[in-house]
Design a protein around this ligand. Structure first.
Ligand SMILES: NC(=O)C1=CN([C@@H]2O[C@H](COP(=O)(O)OP(=O)(O)OC[C@H]3O[C@@H](n4cnc5c(N)ncnc54)[C@H](O)[C@@H]3O)[C@@H](O)[C@H]2O)[C@@H](O)CC1
Ligand SMILES: Nc1ncnc2c1ncn2[C@@H]1O[C@H](COP(=O)(O)OP(=O)(O)O)[C@@H](O)[C@H]1O
Ligand SMILES: [K+]
Length: 505
């Protein structure tokens, strides 16, 4: 499932029109009909449906939707909310088709004219503005949106809710608050960004006949179950523990043994062959009972906090995860720097390790082996010197810029998790739920990701699978024995078994 900006979507439309000869008005017919067949799952013929139609191509889709649903026998009131002079090209063609089919079309000139219809509607369909929306909502459309939002009706948006831009990083002051959005051809970035995704409600993408083989390949995609199934590392019958990777987890502090214990247990539950945990000795005694399968490496410490370098040969490990529960004391900085320079296998840095990284990003850039950073928006904001709100409003832009600048894989965590490769390719993980919004979920994720990196030849596949396994486990647990309220990070670790079983290998 591709994720596009408005400009990329226009380029796709252009390719369809110019290189494959698919006329714009035919594409509009396809789009409108695809939306209708998707909406049939949501609509019933007893409902009073009002459709609001704008002047651009989104409005063009609206004329097609009105005509198709009327032909199918739905009770539709179609309102054109812009003057005739604004309806041009393909939209004008489809407006004529609607009128020539003998169906009424109402023209809105003053907001009072539509009040009664909106108040009495069971369903309001918004086909006013699409990817061509610029700036704040203006004029009559602004009033129609405000009035629609006040109603009890089920609200449906076509392509995107009017008032919401397709791209990220733009503030929205008012927009149609959809319960459901039927997205045309490809997910628009704003459906995945914190300040705008709320306007979409639930959503689905419909296919409209674009020539997929001719389209420029998208650098952003939603990672899906089929992708995980395809890329999931196979466990061969004749494998041995060395075949599944030897991992090292470094972190922990005397007053925070839980983090690293959870990461380690999650790594073991996710298929790693061998695992060593390096932590201050005073933490190890509390970690060891939870991970009997691991071996331990006591680190030099000072009052329960790591102090100094790591004495072991880190080249013995196939992957290293660093930072969980380590604390932010200056004395652990040396260890982070040491590992950034010495680890020749893939290195994942999370939590307090990220905090220590800010002034040594130049060393991270010099690494020739993969580096994976797994910040939440707060940690990422600290790393890139921006406010948290700037990051969450433009997460695709900032994580891509950061990954490209420092040559790292970035897993920017949240309700929508964005995974970016050093070359700028991005995958989006939509799994998980608010049951994960608790301390410890991130530690479990780091453990899963390390295990996946140990077992996969592709870091990007490993990260995408790991995020999905983490999120699906939360979903599965909150649909069965747990709720989003009580779910604990430790439940997640034990629930991994069920998720892995669904991959059925
Ligand atoms: N190739 C095509 O023609 C296709 C286009 N499609 C539809 O076309 C849409 C894009 O069409 P357009 O590029 O015409 O864009 P819109 O349909 O978003 O319309 C843009 C027009 O709306 C008005 N407008 C912009 N910002 C406004 C604001 N803040 N307040 C009030 N009015 C404003 C302006 O007059 C502008 O020209 C897509 O979202 C999709 O729904 C689909 O039918 C698929 C194929
Ligand atoms: N509301 C939510 N919906 C889906 N996933 C969430 C939500 N809140 C948190 N998560 C996930 O939970 C994890 C939290 O990680 P993090 O913030 O590092 O937690 P901690 O460090 O306290 O363990 C991330 O994987 C994030 O994607
Ligand atoms: K719309």
């Amino acid at each position: 499932m591709d994720v596009v900006t408005a400009q990329e979507m226009y380029e796709w439309d252009q390719v369809a029109i110019e290189s494959s000869g698919l006329e714009g008005k035919l594409l509009m017919e396809n789009a409108g009909r695809a939306v209708c067949f998707d909406l049939e799952k949501k609509l019933s013929k007893h409902q009073k449906i009002v459709i609001l139609i704008g002047g651009g191509n989104n409005g063009g889709d609206g004329f097609v939707i009105a005509r198709t649903l009327l032909n199918l026998g739905y009770s539709i009131e179609a309102w054109q909310v812009v003057p005739d002079s604004k309806v041009e090209g393909g939209s004008h063609f489809h407006k004529r088709l609607l009128e020539n089919s003998g169906f009424p079309l109402y023209h809105l000139e003053q907001i009072t004219e539509i009040r009664e219809s909106l108040v009495g509607a069971d369903v309001i369909i918004d086909a006013m503005l699409g990817i061509g929306m610029k700036g704040r909502l203006r004029g009559l459309i602004r009033q129609v949106v405000a009035l629609s939002n006040e109603q009890e009706a089920f609200r449906i948006a076509v392509d995107l809710p009017s008032g919401v831009p397709a791209d990220e990083g733009i503030d929205v002051d008012q927009a149609f608050e959809a319960d459901y959005t039927c997205i045309i051809a490809a997910v628009k970035i704003s459906a995945l960004v914190e300040n705008t995704r709320v306007y979409y409600g639930e959503w689905n993408v419909v296919e409209i006949g674009l020539p997929v083989k001719k389209l420029p390949s998208s650098t952003r995609k939603v990672w899906q179950w089929e992708d995980a199934k395809r890329a999931f590392p196979k466990r061969r019958a004749n494998s041995h523990k060395g075949s599944h990777g030897k991992g090292l987890i470094v972190g922990g502090a005397a007053n925070m043994p839980g983090s690293i214990a959870m990461s380690a247990r999650a790594t073991l539950r996710s298929g790693a062959g061998l695992l060593t945990v390096a932590a201050p000795g005073s933490a190890i005694q509390n970690v060891a009972p939870y991970v009997q399968e691991a071996t331990f490496l006591p680190l030099q410490e000072d009052s329960g906090v790591v102090n100094g370098q790591i004495d072991t040969d880190v080249s013995n490990y196939d992957g290293v995860a660093l930072g969980m529960g380590m604390g932010r004391r200056l004395k652990s900085h040396k260890l982070v720097e040491d590992l950034v320079c010495k680890v020749e296998s893939p290195l994942l840095i999370d939590a307090d390790g990220l905090y220590q990284l800010k002034d040594i990003l130049h060393l991270v850039k010099e690494r020739t082996n993969p580096t994976v950073l797994t910040p939440h928006p707060g940690e990422f904001a600290h790393l890139v010197d921006q406010s948290i709100s700037t990051i969450v409003n433009a997460p695709f832009y900032y994580s891509r810029k950061f990954s490209e600048t420092y040559g790292v894989y970035t897993v920017l965590k949240g309700p929508v998790t964005i995974i970016t490769a050093p070359d700028g390719r991005q995958y989006v993980d939509l799994t998980g739920n608010a049951g994960l919004a608790k301390g410890g979920s991130g530690d479990v994720l780091s453990g899963i990701l390390l295990a996946m990196m140990l077992q996969s030849n592709s870091i990007m596949d490993a990260l995408n699978i790991g995020c999905m396994v983490h999120g699906l486990t939360a979903e599965m647990l909150t649909e069965s024995e747990h709720s989003m309220v009580d779910l604990l990070a430790t439940d997640l670790i034990e629930g991994l078994s069920q998720t892995f079983r669904t991959f059925s290998f």
